[in-house]
Design a protein around this ligand. Structure first.
Ligand code: NAI
Length: 252
């Protein structure tokens, strides 16, 4: 509690890094963690945008830096810059992700490689950059944003689905490897969420999707962000190595 009886958020005193935190799910995650009391580091390719978003977050003491997560050296340097500004990382949310959809026979090497580089290697680069410090401090939370597509597959998204399924194996392995140091690692598998990524769908496609979603609607970035906040916080202290679908019941 602080003076005046206003209670502090459950993440007070924590530093949380969010990749791809400038829009969509990542931005909602950054807001939810800031509302929980964390100081948030926003990482995205556009450094100016990262800084702008950091300033708009609730509370004070946030920061933004430029980072292409696919670039190993930049990922290391960005974490160092943020830790100098904010302090040691307690929570990492690997949210940055891209799609380069194409049917298998037309899928180009670059489309495969780019998706793997950002979605899978990006999470590896960032996780590696924060792990040494977390191990020394014997605490930390790593959350990976995968997708129902990584669990169920999707025609036209072999590259994306493979990267997201890869993240599931990565999550479970990190969870096993780092559990002795009290570091938790979980994944969230959103279904179809209303963001720039799904804006490309036409009305007929959206109606078709809704029929596959038991709760009958697309999700919002906040639907995902609130689960991230829960998994990042003390109420989830005994949960590790899990993949939690946040998908209105699509993949049960
Ligand atoms: P979005 O396209 O709106 O935002 C993606 C964010 O990642 C942006 O801030 C972008 O700047 C950043 N980003 C992209 N490449 C980057 C790189 N190389 N380095 C650093 N930042 C990079 O996407 P959305 O919809 O918010 O998705 C966020 C995550 O959730 C992604 O991993 C996506 O695969 C996943 N997801 C999204 C679903 C949806 O329906 N929108 C469903 C399931 C998973």
């Amino acid at each position: 509690m602080v003076a005046g009886g206003k209670s502090e958020g459950e993440l007070h005193g924590q530093v949380a890094l969010v990749t791809g935190g400038t829009r969509g799910i990542g931005r909602a995650v950054a807001e939810a963690l800031a509302e929980g009391g964390a100081r948030v580091g926003v990482l995205a390719r556009d450094g100016n945008r990262s800084r702008e978003v950091a300033e708009e977050l609730p509370g004070e003491g946030h920061a933004g830096v430029a980072c292409d997560v696919a670039d190993r050296e930049r990922a290391q340097a960005a974490v160092k810059e943020l830790e100098e500004l904010l302090g040691p990382t307690g929570i990492l949310v690997n949210n940055a992700g891209i799609t380069r959809d194409n049917i298998l026979l037309r899928l180009k090497d670059e489309e495969w490689d780019d998706v793997m580089a950002v979605n899978l290697k990006g999470a590896f680069n960032m996780t590696r950059a924060v792990t040494r410090g977390m191990m020394k401090r014997r605490s930390g939370v790593i959350l990976n944003i995968t997708s129902v597509v990584g669990l169920m597959g999707n025609a036209g998204q072999t590259n994306y689905a493979a990267s997201k399924a890869g993240l599931v194996g990565f999550t479970k392995s990190v969870a096993r490897e780092l559990a002795p140091r009290q570091i938790r690692c979980n994944a969230l598998a959103p279904g179809f969420i209303e963001t720039d990524m799904t804006d490309a769908l036409n009305e007929a496609q959206v109606e078709g999707l809704k029929e596959q979603i038991p709760l009958g609607r697309l999700g919002t970035p906040e639907d995902v962000a609130e689960v991230v906040r829960f998994l990042a916080g003390p109420h989830a202290r005994y949960i590790t190595g899990q993949v939690l679908a946040v998908d209105g019941g699509m993949a049960m």
